[in-house]
Design a protein around this ligand. Sequence first.
Ligand SMILES: [Cu+2]
Length: 365
Amino acid sequence: MKNALHLFLPLSLLSFAGCTSPSVFDAPKPVNVDDLPRTAQVMVPPPALPEHDQVAQGGPQVVQVRLEIQEKKIKISPHANIWALTFNGTVPAPLIVAHQGDYVEVNLVNPATNSLTHNIDFHAATGAMGGGDLTEVAPGQEATIRFRVLKPGVFVYHCAPGGVMTPIHIASGMNGAIMVLPRNGLTDENGNPLKYDRAYYVAEQDYYLRKDEEGKFKDYETPAAGFADMIPVMRSLTPSHLVFNGVEGALQNEHAMLANVGEKVLFITASCNIDARFHIIGGHADLVWEGGSFNDRPVTDRETWFVPGGSAVAALYQFRLPGTYAFVDHNLIKADVFDAKGQVKVSGEWDNRLMQQLAAPHASK
Ligand SMILES: [Cu+2]
């Protein structure tokens, strides 16, 4: 009887705390993973997301992802190049989408033409080093890891070869994110089902480049040749460059994100090293999953949402009026002195009930 009471009490407390939502641990023992359906996810360059279902169809599956490491020199601003270290050639790396309880199977390929050893640490994975120890690949090698995504939310992943090489690789662009949706899709602040019409992935990227004696950013023959110069700049914790999605202007003008009035747009915002604070000028985040967890109810109506370095956060906004919205880090020094900003171009009908110019600028009497 005493034992029964002990059993009863914790369960009732859990229930009282609202923790009774189904968990993957409640599911029947998984069948042999090799028997599960498999889907090869076609990776796409950010800010786009791969094609995916918002509500999972059926039970857990294996989501197959191939990430090819590319070391490539890119122009991050008109006067600065960096040897970007990338997964699939983009900064940030592609966003992966899975559902809670799925298995993510990543084939990490390091072509022989590369010069460095790389690996991958998934914050969405469970297990020491996030898979980093199991995926270390020298040029000419590849490795495959499979991990189960237990926690729904948005999470970053990054290269982590160890020691100071880890921040150097991350600050050379080697980071991405994964979105693990609840199997039944997202829910709003009241727990009701929620669908988004579009989704974009925006990551703030910090770079630490050194200038030469003439004040020009230095250029290097190989990625490793620049590493020693990055360290003193990193020590200042002051980036030389701060951008959204890898290069200045990546999300501006003809590259702006697009939406229509009335659409609910989900933004997966991330920053792998430094803290960031995202803001839509003239809009809001109707919903923010603070800290990135989809197990928590989203908070509502935030003007600015915080993304602690080393994490991703999801925010949703339904655009009410057309126009070109600045999408910024609202440390506006980061946005406008550096270039941590993008744009969302929204099409649709203007609604004077929300905003109206009553008198155009004119000389005062
Ligand atoms: Cu790396």
